[in-house]
Design a protein around this ligand. Structure first.
Ligand SMILES: Cc1ncc(C[n+]2csc(CCOP(=O)(O)OP(=O)(O)O)c2C)c(N)n1
Ligand SMILES: [Mg+2]
Length: 726
């Protein structure tokens, strides 16, 4: 492989030098490189297409159908071996996949992380064997043994594709509708990065996002959210294939899915290719040609297919959707398809025709040449591009962030933490052009639009702020797609209560261990008059339950800035920033305390001697705990106040630190948080109390509500006194 890359590189260098010799100035030399890179990619495609159709005609060479049948055989055999899985969609989409992957997809199996590769998303993730077959056949590091062990413990060939960049799986799919939404995010990221980094003659960011999706994805509401926005933002390099097979699990979809799908997508501003025969390779290729020719609109290619194509007695029926075909039907399918080979055996002519490694290596080498010329012509841009693609924070980031937090502390401002979040954004964003996000139509409430924001539009994607519209789930899954693409740190905003709308996308970010910063404002009954529909109760507790979700509920400007910093530095998971609508006071701290905020919990205000009690609080209730501690001190009770903005980070600290903050000997503990109490008992212990709220809120001014639900100094003091034994 290396040899191949070198040869391609040498050829490019020779070609460039030849043109440069006849060129009048160095600018032409650079242009020559670019022309080589771009033209050669297209020419290779054309040449390859020709050779593929010649192959189909030449005796002994596999026809397209044979190549597609390799997918069918691998899929039905792997499902049969696992005795579980979904053979129908892989068999139905095999012909489409064959055309796309053999003639159009730009990728390099030897380097699944090549930044300018096309992205391929299998939104109908139950068709996982389709993807694994493609990865194996084209030459990714996916072995036949892994296909044989489909769905088995410890194997990467999981039931549904799980994000595994080294193996070529671009995103985790299975929850229907989210794959296509991730793809919208990927295509948006591509468009934004292209606008930022490409220069005349240097299309260093220039790839497509391809999606396979089925009826299920289109029935899911999130597909509306995402595809509608994709049309508005004119994501012309997004191309989706609809597996229009009339079947979902319950049978023929005519009883529950009668939309005019083409009309629907046309109304979104998409180009739609109607009634394409998904088993006619030439028709599929023609549709793709039309799709790639349209650069101002995303394209939906509606492919009529037969689910389970090739299984003579079961094709076209829901029985092929999610169960093994059975030994007899597998044998009958072999017969019908003319596939004479044993399970997991690919004849060498078929294997050779599928192998994409040479082509991939030379495509990447051509791009590397282009990048090299770009680096000469635009050294600063190239450096910045490299930094962003590698996901590195800028040089000097740590001292910059320290200084910003010190400034925010020195200002000592009293304000709502949602406002403090904007202050933090204003401080950090100018250093971080990769930070891009927006709000689901609550920009003025979430305060997500910092001073350095410029809006991304369909005609100009060079900005960093996205008006997502009222689409919480879509926004969150689009941001996942942007994170997966790379080069962008996405953030998104809405009211905390609507995190429920987005919940499965949060879960996917946590599961995939990808970065996204969720700005959740209006975090409790403290929002007041909008009432119980808008007042989160169980939300903070339930976000904390999600594995790998980090939840910060800061109490003032300084904790908010530290939380933002932590979220920006955390590359391997999502972070929820839970912020107040109402004002909260700045808390004085020394330098050591400021340093301890990042440990998730720390002593904010200590008792004069050994503590008689510990008050643990978060967010807007920290000031209440401090006031209660002062009153208790006046009454001779020493109460330590522990601010606990992030329980999971605190729990990851060494036991000595945790014990120093919460000495095990002090069992009189009161936790105060204006939310569900369930998660706090591990801190309060059996001798402690939790002041929280386990019922829905009410519509009234916030002050009255806090009083009504027990968030008052009197109640905290009385509760503490009731458990202190002194
Ligand atoms: C959000 C979500 N709901 C339900 C499911 C369970 N499920 C998996 S596939 C499927 C039907 C999908 O139908 P279609 O996309 O037409 O797939 P086909 O049967 O054509 O392969 C359902 C309901 C799921 N994976 N995700
Ligand atoms: Mg279907």
């Amino acid at each position: 492989m290396m040899q191949l890359v070198t040869i391609a590189g040498q050829f490019a260098a020779w070609w460039t030098a030849r043109l440069a010799a006849s060129a009048k100035n160095p600018e032409n030399a650079r242009l020559a490189t670019v022309i080589f890179a771009v033209v050669s990619h297209n020419e290779r495609r054309q040449a390859q297409k020709t050779s593929m159709s010649q192959q189909a005609n030449a005796a002994g060479q596999p026809a397209r159908r044979d190549l597609a049948n390799a997918i069918r055989a691998l899929s039905m055999d792997a499902v049969q071996a696992a005795n579980s899985g979904h053979p129908g969609a892989p068999m139905g989409m095999a012909d489409i996949a064959e055309v796309l992957w053999n003639d159009y997809l730009k990728h390099n199996p030897a380097n699944p992380r090549w930044p300018d590769r096309d992205r391929f998303v299998l939104s109908n993730g139950h068709a996982s064997m389709l993807l694994y077959s493609l990865l194996h056949l084209t030459g990714y590091d996916v072995s036949m043994d892994e296909l044989r062990n489909f769905r088995q413990f410890g194997q990467r060939t999981a039931g549904h594709p799980e994000y595994e960049p080294e193996m070529g799986v671009e995103t985790t799919t299975g929850p229907l509708g989210q794959g296509v939404t991730n793809a919208v995010g990927m295509a948006l990221a591509e468009k934004m990065l292209a606008a930022r980094f490409n220069r005349e003659g240097f299309p260093v960011v220039d790839h497509r996002t391809w999606v396979f999706l089925g009826d299920g994805c289109l029935m899911e509401g999130i597909s509306h959210e995402a595809c509608s926005l994709a049309g508005t933002l004119k994501l012309g390099k997004l191309i989706a294939f609809y597996d229009d097979n009339d079947i979902s699990i319950d049978g023929d979809v005519s009883g529950w899915f009668t939309d005019d799908t083409p009309g629907r997508f046309e109304s979104y501003g998409w180009q739609v290719m109607r009634d394409v025969d998904g088993h006619d390779s030439a028709a599929v290729a023609a549709a793709i040609d039309a799709a790639t020719a349209e650069t101002g609109k995303p394209t939906l290619i509606c492919c009529k297919t037969v689910i389970g194509y090739g299984a003579p007695n079961k094709q076209g029926s829901a029985s092929t959707h999610g169960a093994p075909l059975g030994e007899d039907e597998v044998a009958a399918a072999r017969e019908a398809l003319g596939w004479d080979y044993p399970p997991f055996e690919i004849p060498s002519a078929v294997a050779t025709a599928w192998d994409a490694r040479e082509r991939g290596a030379s495509d990447e080498a051509a791009w590397a040449e282009l990048l090299g010329a770009y680096a000469t012509a635009h050294p600063e841009l190239a450096k910045e591009f490299g930094r962003r693609i590698n996901g590195e924070l800028p040089e000097g980031w740590a001292s910059f962030a320290d200084a910003a937090i010190a400034r925010i502390d020195a200002a000592g401002a009293n304000m709502a933490t949602r406002k403090a979040s904007l202050v933090a954004l204003d401080a950090f964003a100018p250093e971080l052009p990769e930070l891009a996000g927006g709000s689901a139509d609550l920009t003025g409430s979430n305060l997500t639009k910092h001073a350095d924001s410029t809006v991304v539009t369909g005609d100009d994607a060079s900005g960093n702020y996205i008006y997502f519209g009222v689409r919480e789930f879509g926004m969150t899954a689009i941001c996942n797609g942007m994170a997966l693409h790379g080069g962008i740190i996405p953030y998104s905003g809405t009211f905390l209560v609507f995190s429920d709308y987005a919940r499965n996308a949060l879960r996917m970010a946590a599961l995939m261990q990808i970065q996204q910063i969720l700005v959740y404002t209006h975090d409790s009954i403290g929002l007041g008059e909008d009432g119980p529909t808008h007042q989160p109760i169980e939300h903070v507790a339930s976000l904390r339950l999600m594995p790998n979700m980090r939840v910060w509920r800061p109490c003032d400007t300084v904790e908010t800035a530290v939380a933002w910093r932590d979220a920006l530095e955390r590359r391997d998971g999502p972070t929820s920033l839970v912020l107040t609508r109402q004002g909260v006071p700045h808390q004085p701290r020394d330098a050591e305390q400021i340093g301890s905020i990042a440990r998730g919990g720390y002593v904010l205000r200590d008792s004069a001697g050994d503590p008689d009690a510990i008050l643990i609080a978060t967010g807007s209730e920290v000031a209440l705990a401090v006031a209660a501690a002062e009153r208790l001190a006046a009454e001779g009770i020493g109460a330590r106040v522990v601010s606990m903005p992030c329980t999971s980070v605190f729990e990851s600290q060494a036991a000595e630190y945790q014990d120093a903050v919460l000495p095990p000997a002090v069992s009189a503990r009161v936790v105060v948080e204006a939310g569900a109490t369930g998660g706090w008992w591990r801190y309060a212990g059996s001798s402690g109390e939790v002041i929280g709220i386990d019922c829905f809120g009410k519509s009234a001014p916030a002050g009255e509500l806090f009083e009504h639900f027990g968030f008052s100094v009197d109640n905290v003091v009385d509760t503490t006194k009731s458990i202190v034994t002194k």
